[in-house]
Design a binder for this molecule. Sequence first.
Ligand code: ADP
Length: 763
Amino acid sequence: MQHNTSAYTNDARIGDNQNVTTKGVSVLTALVGSGESDNRAFRELVEALPVAIYTTDAEGRLTYFNAAATKLSGRTPELGTDKWCVTWKMFLPDGTLLPHDQCPMALALKGADVPTGIECIAERPDGTRFWFSPCPAVVRNAEGRITGGINLLTDITDRKNAEIEANEQFRAIVETTPECVKIVASDGTLLFMNTPGLDMVEAPSPEAVTGKNVYDIIAADDRDRFREFNERVCRGEKGSLQFDIVGLKGARRHMETHAAPLRHVDGSTVDLAVTRDITARQRAESAALLLSAIVDSSDDAIISKDLDGIITSWNKSAERMFGYTAAEAIGRPVAALLIPRDRLDEEPQILARLKRGERVDHFETIRLRKDGGRIDISLTISPVRDAHGVVTGASKIARDISESKRIQAALLASESRFRQLADTMPQFVWTARADGYVDYYNERWYEYTGFSHDASGDSSWKEILHPEDMQGALESYSAAIDSGQPFNMEYRLIDGRENRWRWFVGRAVPVRDAEGTIVKWFGTTTDIDEQKRVQDDLRRANADLEQFAFSASHDLQEPLRSVKIYSELLATRHGDTIDGEAGQFLTYIRKGATRMEMLVRDLLTYTQVTRVEATDETADGAEVLDNVLDSLSEAISESGAKITADPLPRLSAHAVHLQQIFQNLIGNAIKYRSPDRQPVVHLAAERQNANWIISVSDNGIGIDPAYKENVFGLFKRLHTNDEYSGTGIGLAICQRIVDRYHGRIWVESEPGRGSTFRFTLPV
Ligand code: ADP
């Protein structure tokens, strides 16, 4: 189908005029045929007619023309010479030259059937042109032979010009409208589409879509609806429809069409539609829907008002917060509804700021509920502008801050309680932010340092820290902050009043929120100067004492040996002569010397425990046990003791130390045996975390539970020397050794049944 808008002009006048003309011509033809044309009256009549009329003979030579023909054609033809037509030059409507011998009159004279309604253009000798519609007819004689012709030319220039103008207007309208104008046949064939339409369907040229089926560009899910709609319009109904198209390049658009039936030139009814791309509108609509859903789901009251303070919108939360429904609130002034009497002056100020285009941020105030209750709210008010940027109203977001106000008050109260408490503490109490910045010190700090409350900032502690402790303190503080592990360190701070360094222990622990994130550090700094001094004194005194005990016991050995040797000599060489009381005294001297020797030896061992340098060596328990059993072999065989042991592990201790422990515990197990039974001693080892627990069990006399702790003390004995010989140092040595390895020693016993000594040593 050709894109020719003139084909669709629907003008009934053309046909009617043509009919009249055709009838007139046949009457004239009949008159001419019957010879009436020579009649004077006939000629006068034809002369007076306002339509151009001429006649020809059978060969087409002009035989007559009236005045109207001269006027229309702009020339006076030569009768008998000019052929076919009165006009000077003829053209077809498309502008091509139409030779006279092919004009409708010529065709009619040559016997062809010439249709009515033909439109032609003629040019006058002066170059002006006019539109006319010929209506040629032939005159036949009684035999039916063509004897001449008569033609009647109707000037249709005015109508044609109006028609062309209308066409141009139509075309201009169709092409300038931003909407898609299209004509679709009932079977879906696209007959016409304007340029904006072509753009919408992404067609590079009209040929890409015209003549093709328009259903192909309708989205598959809308295609049936569209087809049904198109068919309905083609049956004569008007209507509108929304549907999606998928353009030739794949873009999907949402369209809205308004269609009306149109009678086509071929008599069928087609669908003339004006279609609008409403994709953006639809998006805006859904965005607006989304926005209103957001507004409704907000916990904050969202209210809008005009510049007179009249409420124009009111969301669900506003209803919850203030108790008024949207219907009750909209249209009423904010001031009358929500603002307490004592705050009425706020509204004019707010409105004045809004009119200046200013925003009001987080304005904390009080508003009234419908039930008269007051609520603390925070207001954020922004001006709303129209498309020209003129402020027309305001949108207001109100947040209920009653709860946060309450929490804030509670916080303040707890903070002040904390400060009061902190100020009564003898320590320095401080807090730091999560990043370690100290943001609070208690009064004690300011009293001690003499710093002013605001002058020194968080690093004030550095100013009074001992230079030697600086590096370590900075490192361990930042390590604690980075790792979240508690901070614990001893350092010295200057004591300005006494002008000397004092020792402190600083401790800080992180405070975490519900998610476990550190929000603060809580720290104390405690004066340990006195304690440190006492400790140092004690350590020094202990060291002195140890040194003394060591030298004393060491130096005692020499004179002791002399006493022993000479009392021995006295007994062996002069034993016969010494008798009675003197002999008795000599025996006492010898016993005393032997006992003194034992004491000195054990004491020396005791003092030497801490002299053995710490070592990375480990001791093989089984090997050590063998050595001990060797050195105790005499006592074992004398007592008939049975000694058993589970496999013993290697222990992180000096072999000498392990040997001393075994020697003392096994020696005691044999010494404190029951007179009623064979002594049985068993050694066992059991692992507990990073330690071994070694046990030495016997079936001896046992220990009264009241003395369980006592027996490990220096010189502590439960028996006299006459009952069991001993110095009361053995278990003290064991205790001292175990202490040195940060272990523990203890005894479990049932008097009369036996004892189990246990001690721990590192793996
Ligand atoms: P002593 O030189 O007296 O043996 P110890 O320090 O070795 O000194 O022991 C302290 C005291 O503990 C002993 O005098 C004894 O009364 C008690 N004692 C130690 N081992 C045992 C044991 N296996 N059975 C009973 N009593 C014991």
